[in-house]
Design a protein around this ligand. Structure first.
Ligand SMILES: [Zn+2]
Length: 168
């Protein structure tokens, strides 16, 4: 889910687009499979094996860009962390019982409306997202693209200053 996006702080060169892609990909794949009723929603792409293998794949197709592949890898790890404890981390080395949900959308909607943990994280994620957009003045498609694709250290410093201001 896009709302699982973590607050981003890194000292090395990183790529936001890769980080975000990495943090979304487990759900994109497993939720898609879930709607086809062949995954529990947290299945094969919610494993460390998937993180490592797909990151290597990203590393290779990006002409061995460490900034991109490591950002992507961190994205997937953060996603798994945020999904804990209901994650088949070590599958297939440890067997898991994948439970299949019959009505995935209804289930999600029910949780969204009834489970405080679900709606609080979704709402705070949305607020953070709006915040990031306003702080960085991302009001055009162009600006969003530049913001996402740039591998920059400078920008991150600025971002951290903002966060320091917020927390102080
Ligand atoms: Zn997930």
């Amino acid at each position: 889910m896009i709302f699982e996006l973590p607050q981003i702080k890194k000292k090395f060169q990183f790529n936001r687009f890769a980080l975000i892609t990495g943090s979304l990909i487990p759900d994109l794949i497993d939720k898609a499979l879930m709607f086809l009723s062949i995954s529990s929603g947290r299945g094969y792409s919610h494993t460390l094996l998937f993180s490592v293998v797909s990151s290597l794949f990203v590393f290779l197709i990006t002409k061995r860009s460490k900034a991109i592949s490591i950002s992507y890898f961190i994205g997937t790890l953060l996603h798994l962390l945020l999904d804990l404890p209901d994650v088949p981390l070590l599958f297939p080395f440890i067997p898991y019982d994948f439970t299949y949900i019959e009505d995935p959308f209804g289930f999600w909607l029910y949780k969204l409306l009834h489970d405080p943990f679900t709606y609080i994280t979704e709402i705070s994620g949305l607020i953070i997202l709006i915040f990031v957009i306003i702080i960085n003045k991302l009001f055009s498609f162009n600006k969003i693209t530049v913001y996402l694709l740039k591998n920059s250290k400078k920008e991150i410093k600025i971002e951290n200053q903002y966060e320091d201001k917020l927390t102080s």
